[in-house]
Design a protein around this ligand. Structure first.
Ligand SMILES: [Zn+2]
Length: 168
């Protein structure tokens, strides 16, 4: 059986016990977290948040991209969030490659048309974890789409200890 089919099957149990179907759309704690898609991070549990408490925006690396900003603007302007946490993490896959490595792989595996399409993409890998947090916090603080009264925090999640360590 495909894994997705197993996930659907598991959901039947989840739904049969589900009791939080009446939550409002705006997140109760008025916080948006931008973090990595890494399978080892459970943002709600790691931050002591419940269903309905916070927005979690995820992508590879937890980087500030045009699409992350799109979600953050909707989160703030339409759904009332007032604080943002940029949360990158130790042992991130984004520390393990450069754009050129991925361009080469795509070229070899998918051919020239794909290589050309990929060449327009910055996959946003990084070499310095804390600096990547500082860069993304700075980008948000300087964005004309993020109001100056929205507080932007940065932190690193340690996948080995579960700790969240603020980055200043
Ligand atoms: Zn990651």
């Amino acid at each position: 059986m495909s894994e997705v089919k197993k996930l659907f099957e598991a959901n039947r149990t989840y739904a049969s016990q589900f009791s939080q179907g009446q939550l409002p759309i705006p997140p109760a704690r008025k916080v948006a977290v931008l973090t990595c898609m890494d399978a080892r991070i459970d943002p709600l549990r790691a931050l002591g948040a419940d269903l309905g408490d916070i927005h979690v925006i995820r992508n590879a690396g937890g980087r500030v991209t045009e699409d992350a900003i799109r979600s953050l603007v909707i989160s703030e302007q339409l759904l009332g969030t007032q604080e943002i946490l940029v949360l990158h993490h130790t042992d991130c896959g984004m520390l393990t490659f450069r754009n050129e490595d991925l361009y080469d792989k795509i070229s070899r595996r998918l051919g020239p048309d794909s290589a050309k399409a990929a060449s327009n993409i910055d996959f946003l890998p990084f070499t310095d974890l804390e600096q990547s947090v500082r860069d993304d916090v700075e980008t948000l603080r300087n964005s004309p789409l993020i109001p100056s009264d929205v507080l932007v925090y940065g932190a690193v999640y340690d996948v080995h200890t579960g700790e969240v360590i603020p980055v200043s």
